[in-house]
Ligand binder design. Structure first.
Ligand SMILES: [Zn+2]
Length: 257
């Protein structure tokens, strides 16, 4: 992997800055990015990459969408139409997302991480205000992906501060969390949200009552569910069964990594 994105051919062929940035980003992913989900060492670009930068793995069939910017916020990132997003979650039609920050002066990849598709649930989707009546697409309602609501295993670093993470490390995290892919979309959000609550405690060992402390927060994220404590215990079992945590004694748990 080469973090340098610049390509004199592309600089000569395109005039506008946004076009240059889009084509350089697409070119970089096609030439440098491996599949984080299997051992394939390249990704292919979908033809007609006009609006989004879409890629796929010819080996495992995973889809990817790259969001590249010089100014991504660490908190949230824009995505498309709100209801379309929710539909894609329910129908398992989301790609995995690559979030890339580059330096526009040196054209170098600074940070790149992947959000596996199975970490994108309604809990982390924020509805934006509809466009005003005077806008060309009046009434259109977009959404944001709330990055700071995703547990760390749902933001898999590929490049961090211009340092390349070993592909093996990246693939290990994908593999560890891939059990979520087999869970129904409405359930996997619960698992990710409880994992995030555990992480926010900031310690390896914790007690059930501490996670119950997140009851209101989880109830807000899942307003249709009236049995939040049952759901919490159920998710702890799911996390235990998939070796993310260990039950040490009644009501006491330990994170395994
Ligand atoms: Zn693959």
């Amino acid at each position: 992997m080469d973090l340098n994105m610049s390509n004199s051919d592309i600089f000569n062929r395109y005039k506008s800055n946004s076009q240059v940035a889009r084509v350089l980003s697409e070119d970089w992913f096609s030439s440098n990015m491996y599949c984080p989900c299997c051992d394939q060492d390249e990704l292919s670009a979908y033809p007609n990459n006009k609006k989004a930068l879409d890629f796929f793995c010819g080996e495992c069939g995973n889809d990817f969408q790259a969001k590249c910017s010089r100014t991504h916020s660490a908190r949230k990132i824009n995505d498309g139409e709100y209801n379309t997003m929710l539909n894609h979650i329910t129908n398992n039609k989301l790609p995995n997302f690559f979030i890339m920050n580059y330096s526009p002066d040196e054209w170098v990849v600074r940070d790149l991480f992947m959000i596996p598709k199975f970490f994108v649930s309604p809990s982390i989707i924020e509805r934006r205000n509809p466009l005003s009546d005077t806008a060309r697409r009046a009434g259109w309602t977009g959404c944001n992906i709330l990055l700071d609501m995703i547990p760390s295993d749902g933001k898999i670093n590929v490049v961090r501060n211009e340092k390349i993470i070993e592909p093996d490390e990246v693939r290990k995290i994908w593999e560890k969390m891939a059990f979520l892919d087999n869970r129904r979309p409405e359930l996997r959000g619960w698992t990710a949200d409880v994992l995030k609550c555990i992480e926010d405690l900031g310690k390896q060992q914790f007690e059930l009552r501490e996670i119950y402390g997140c009851e209101n927060q989880l109830a807000d994220l899942h307003p249709d569910n009236k049995h939040v404590r049952d759901k919490i215990r159920q998710q702890l079992q799911v996390l235990r069964d998939n070796e993310i945590l260990k039950f040490e004694s009644p009501g006491k748990y330990r994170l395994l990594c």
